[in-house]
Design a protein around this ligand. Structure first.
Ligand SMILES: [Zn+2]
Length: 96
C-alpha cells in the first residue's frame, strides 16, 4: 500500500502542527508566527501562512520573541543575516 500521496479533494482536515524554532515545542499553526523565505530569497513575515517557500515558525509568546531577538535563530535557519527590522517586526507582531 502506498501512502505517498494523499488523494486530492478529500475533506480531511490536516492537523497543522509545527515546531517553534526557539523553544522547540510543537504547537498548532494558529499559535505560531510564520516567517518565510521565498524562491527569490526574500524573507518576510507570512501573515497569510500561504506564501510558498521555506518557512520557520515561532510561538506567539513574549518569551520566544525575546529569545529570538537575542539568539537570532532565524539567521541560521535561512543561512543569511536577517535585517534587524524584521526581528523587530516579528516581536511587534507577537506582542500585539
Ligand atoms: Zn517557542
Amino acid at each position: 500500500m502506498s501512502r505517498g500521496k494523499a488523494a486530492k479533494g478529500t475533506a480531511i482536515k490536516k492537523i497543522e502542527m509545527r515546531r517553534c524554532v526557539v523553544c522547540r515545542q510543537v504547537r498548532h499553526k494558529s499559535e505560531l508566527l510564520r516567517v518565510v523565505k521565498n524562491s527569490s530569497g526574500e524573507i518576510s513575515l507570512d501573515e497569510t501562512k500561504k506564501i510558498e517557500g521555506r518557512g520557520a515558525y515561532v510561538c506567539k509568546s513574549p518569551e520566544c520573541s525575546a529569545m529570538l531577538l537575542k539568539r537570532r535563530n532565524l539567521d541560521k535557519i535561512f543561512k543569511t543575516k536577517l535585517p534587524n527590522g524584521l526581528y523587530d517586526l516579528i516581536k511587534e507582531k507577537i506582542l500585539m
